[in-house]
Design a protein around this ligand. Sequence first.
Ligand SMILES: Nc1ncnc2c1ncn2[C@@H]1O[C@H](COP(=O)(O)OP(=O)(O)OP(=O)(O)O)[C@@H](O)[C@H]1O
Ligand SMILES: [Mg+2]
Length: 257
Amino acid sequence: MTRVICLASGKGGVGKTTLSSNLALALNDFNKRVMVIDTNLTTPNLGFHMGIPLYPKTFHDLLRGEAYPEEATYIHPSGVSIIPAGISIDDLKKTDPKNMDNVILDLVGDHDIILLDGAAGLGKEGLASIKAADELLIVTNPELPAVTDALKTVKIAEEMGTHILGVALNKHRNRPSELSVSEVEALMGYPVISVIPNDNDMQDSLAAKTPIVSHRPNSAASHEIKKLAGNLVGIDYQPPVQARASGLFSKIFNFLK
Ligand SMILES: Nc1ncnc2c1ncn2[C@@H]1O[C@H](COP(=O)(O)OP(=O)(O)OP(=O)(O)O)[C@@H](O)[C@H]1O
Ligand SMILES: [Mg+2]
């Protein structure tokens, strides 16, 4: 059975696309058949994160009934299937997201997991991707505006009956000014199932159009994302001993600093 998981937030820029692209590759490494869809119709950029060339048919065409799924599906070198969105203003103006759940229902079957890279906020397209999913992964940052905005998304998803997997707390800097994991859990009412560090290598990965789990597989962020991917499919991922040791050294180093 195909699981459809939407990555959603309230606030923009918290890391949904970064996580969608990385989780897709990490789940693929766990031998899952994965598809990732750019359901962010107004500001799509999954293609940039994954290095997809401009694609003739896109998710916008699928929503308008102007393409078959095979025509809009790009096969990444890793084997992950990707449906990018159109980036033109024209695409945006001509496309209504209201049919998104039916279009995604048609794609179910060939994959173990379909990840939906959602739009920020609770506009029509954000709501459509939550409606199209069975499960929701909330992505947020450890700051009050991001968490309070995420809370609104959670409430709407609860009303829709979507199963909430938990919270991925991204861009964690371990600063006293940040909300702690327990504060985020208390505010959200759901467990934080992953804490992903703020990592400057993310910018390099974006520039290289290669998600960090592939570009810098031994970074702390990569190991945390692989752990999250394992968690989603019941696999206990353990970072190699060397990586755990270097994580410990960097903690001691930061403490001494
Ligand atoms: N853990 C991280 N450490 C450092 N930078 C990060 C991290 N996660 C994401 N970023 C950076 O934050 C920026 C926004 O990330 P991303 O595009 O994934 O967010 P988004 O939630 O999809 O945004 P939008 O709401 O616009 O769709 C990007 O420049 C990305 O490289
Ligand atoms: Mg995005």
